[in-house]
Design a protein around this ligand. Structure first.
Ligand code: F6P
Length: 347
């Protein structure tokens, strides 16, 4: 193989540049040129690409974001999108593509492989950690670190002012970031989509805690938690009605509604902090840099070995090859035992 392409799709994520660096270094060592496709699948639709050499990847290991850009473009939702994608790939003279992304980007990769035998290899990226077939995705550790630090800092204000502090974290339809940062930060209540504790139960935990002499509480809520009531009623909270090209709502805002409910029902002063994109920004943790680097090397090796339709994955401590289709078959949700670990410290 003389030329390999790489693209990064979906939300930016700490560690993307570490993958780009690893794929490029391994490929250059094998005498293969690397072409960075700009802004995810959009780059193949619009024929936007840039050659990556040693100079381009120098110093990018600790940098957040992605030097080749990203987008949430879905070629299957654009007229002639798949034909244009395949045509650009051919015209760039590429022998393989490394697609770095979450369920959406890798879903497109898996479909292109199935429909057209497209020579693609995947790398699992997402701060949400919701991809099947891998124990962890890179970016998740950084997001949990940021959220944990925020919870630590909010503790001091909560204690000083006798307040309930609600922290809204990302994670889309899974509660991985909420549960892990909740455990690490010592949250008093954690609300996630998979285990919808009701608003009434959450208020009861806070009241009980205050009765025991604690006059502050920290509540971590995942953006995908549906505001759930004892009556059985529940409400997804999103910003606007629209969905993106992959059918996703823009989640966010549940923290604000929850804080209002808590204040009204308990009478305790309650404030909300929405961490938002801070969780995705900035430098990756060492753990994410290492995982992303190992994934990048493995993906390049898979591409050179012609193992298309596969993805690099973490199983235990080993980096292994798994079918792409397996990775996108279903969302990896938080298992009950992880939630129980967080729940042991409620109230
Ligand atoms: O998938 C990563 C993620 O950060 C989710 O946690 C969040 O729901 C979504 O992306 C936000 O997307 P955007 O950056 O497009 O607002």
């Amino acid at each position: 193989m003389e030329r390999v392409g790489i693209l990064t799709g979906g939300g930016d994520c700490p560690g993307l540049n570490a993958v780009i660096r690893a794929v490029t270094r391994r490929s250059l060592d094998r005498g293969c040129a690397v072409i960075g496709i700009e802004e995810g699948w959009r780059g193949l639709l619009e024929n936007r690409a840039v050659e990556l050499g040693r100079r381009e990847i120098s110093g990018i290991l600790p940098r957040g974001g992605t030097i080749i850009g990203t987008s949430r473009t879905n070629p299957y939702k654009v007229e002639d999108g798949v034909e244009r994608t395949l045509e650009t790939f051919r015209s760039l003279g590429l022998g393989a593509l490394v697609a770095v992304g979450g369920e959406d980007t890798l879903g497109v990769a898996a479909r292109l492989y199935e429909d057209h035998g497209f020579p693609v290899v995947g790398v699992p990226k997402t701060i949400d950690n919701d991809l099947s077939a891998t124990d962890y995705t890179f970016g998740f550790d950084t997001a949990v670190s940021v959220a944990t630090e925020a919870i630590d800092r909010l503790h001091t204000t909560a204690e000083s002012h006798n307040r309930v502090m609600v922290v809204e974290v990302m994670g889309r339809h899974t509660g991985w970031i909420a549960v892990m940062s909740g455990i690490a930060g010592g949250a008093d209540v954690v609300l996630i989509p998979e285990q919808p504790v009701t608003v009434e139960e959450a208020c009861e935990e806070i009241r009980r805690r205050h009765e025991r002499g604690k006059d502050f509480s920290i509540v971590v809520v995942s953006e995908g938690y549906e505001l759930t009531y004892a009556s059985g009623e529940s409400q997804v909270v999103a910003r606007g009605e629209g969905v993106d090209q992959f059918g996703h709502l823009r989640l966010g805002g549940v923290g604000e509604l929850l804080a209002r409910e808590i204040e009204e029902r308990t009478g305790f002063e309650t404030r909300v902090t929405v961490l938002g994109h801070v969780q995705r920004g900035g430098t990756p943790t060492p753990r994410d840099r290492i995982l992303a680097t190992r994934f990048g090397l493995k993906a390049a090796d898979l591409a050179f070995a012609g193992r298309f339709g596969t993805m690099a994955a973490l199983r235990g401590d080993a980096i292994v090859e798994v079918p792409l289709a397996e990775a996108v078959a279903e969302l990896k949700t938080v298992p009950p035992e992880w939630f129980e670990t967080a729940r042991a410290f409620f109230g």
